[in-house]
Ligand binder design. Structure first.
Ligand SMILES: [Zn+2]
Length: 351
């Protein structure tokens, strides 16, 4: 992976630092596609979150996660390769496209990914991944990418072949029918904000991004100091997964997701959060592309919080509950609502 170019000033890979825009409204988007929101998110937490949800509801959710992530990735890739770009993809060859997706995944922290066998004619692909950012989300990504190109329902199986190393087979079921491209849910118009970042003069990425270490061989992004693993991925894809869990499993799921994230976030709290101010929290949320914290008001036994343009709101709520408990040493009770315009209101109080 020596060909990865990094910014000489801050050390962040150019395809990350220059390939994304950090906006004053608390969002992070792809430079090539300003509607495609990305987040830099604690990926240690993702599979932990899914495991916590399973333990809380007592039902396996892996298939729902893989299937819904596949649809989200498929919709996104289909959008990317439509029109002239689709013709280009056919011209440069499907294998090149797959390789590009894999290389990009390595850069975004998805793990050490290798395609070991691929046959377009027989419609299958084998790949191996060590330390995936999330095994079910990665399986969904892989299945969705091939579904977008073939426009046929795919299937995924995997086996563990070493410590946190998996061999994944992506193939076409026998009796599948073709489908029209599916769409991601339309994103809400974003509200303007006034967040000012301290930016790298070399690549314009917020300087906090240089607080992460990239390992291109392992395909990992690690927060220096805490050692927490992060990954860069589309927030809509994650939201689709959470929405599908709710649709399939019922309306107690949002509270379960909040609790599952609280359980995870409680494990990652850093003593430095004990004495940070509102502007630090606001800035840190925005650097991760999670939204614009416009209000954090102390009240009798807790806080009222308002976040505009929130990404994956339920995970924000769970994290806020964990933060409250960490700072006050008291059990948190949270109430939240997401308005039609997307604003997330949260009330955190002592339980
Ligand atoms: Zn830079």
């Amino acid at each position: 992976m020596s060909k990865v170019k990094v910014c000489k000033t801050c050390g962040v890979p150019k395809r990350v630092g220059r390939g994304h825009l950090w906006n004053a409204d608390g969002t992070m988007v792809q430079r090539q596609d300003h509607d495609h929101r990305m987040i830099l998110f604690d990926s240690d937490g993702i599979d932990d979150l899914f495991k916590n949800i399973e333990s809380l509801i007592g039902i396996p959710i892996e298939n729902i996660v893989i299937e819904s992530k596949a649809r989200a990735t498929e919709a996104y890739i289909a959008h990317l390769v439509k029109g002239p770009k689709g013709a280009l993809a056919r011209l440069i060859g499907i294998e090149r496209v797959i390789t590009t997706i894999v290389e990009q995944g390595r850069l975004l922290g998805y793990g050490d990914i290798r395609v070991t066998e691929f046959s377009w004619a027989d419609a299958f692909m084998y790949c191996e991944i060590t330390d995936p950012y999330s095994l079910p989300l990665f399986c969904g990504d892989l299945r969705g990418a091939l579904q977008a190109i073939r426009k046929l329902e795919g299937q995924i199986t995997y086996e563990e072949i070493g410590p946190n190393k998996y061999r994944i087979k992506d193939f076409q079921a026998d009796d599948v029918t073709a489908f029209e491209n599916r769409l991601l849910p339309a994103s809400l118009p974003r509200k303007p904000g006034d967040i000012a970042y301290h930016r790298c003069p070399g690549c314009n990425a917020p300087l906090e991004i240089s607080g992460f270490a990239w390992d291109f061989d392992k395909g990992t992004i690690t927060q220096k100091g805490s050692g927490i693993r992060y990954a860069v991925f589309g927030s809509a894809g994650m939201q689709v997964v959470l929405d599908e869990l709710e649709k399939e499993l019922g309306d107690t799921i949002p509270a379960t997701i909040v609790e599952a994230q609280r359980m995870h976030a409680a494990k990652t709290m850093n003593p430095r959060w004990k004495d940070v101010g509102q502007s630090d929290i606001r800035n840190w949320l925005a650097v991760q592309g999670l939204g614009n914290l416009v209000k954090l008001e102390q009240k009798d036994s807790g806080y009222d919080v308002l976040v505009q343009n929130p990404a994956i709101p339920l995970l924000l709520v769970g994290t806020m509950a964990a933060l409250f408990e960490f700072i006050t040493d008291k059990k948190a009770a949270v109430e939240w609502s997401v308005a039609d315009d997307g604003d997330l209101s949260v009330s955190v109080t002592e339980a």
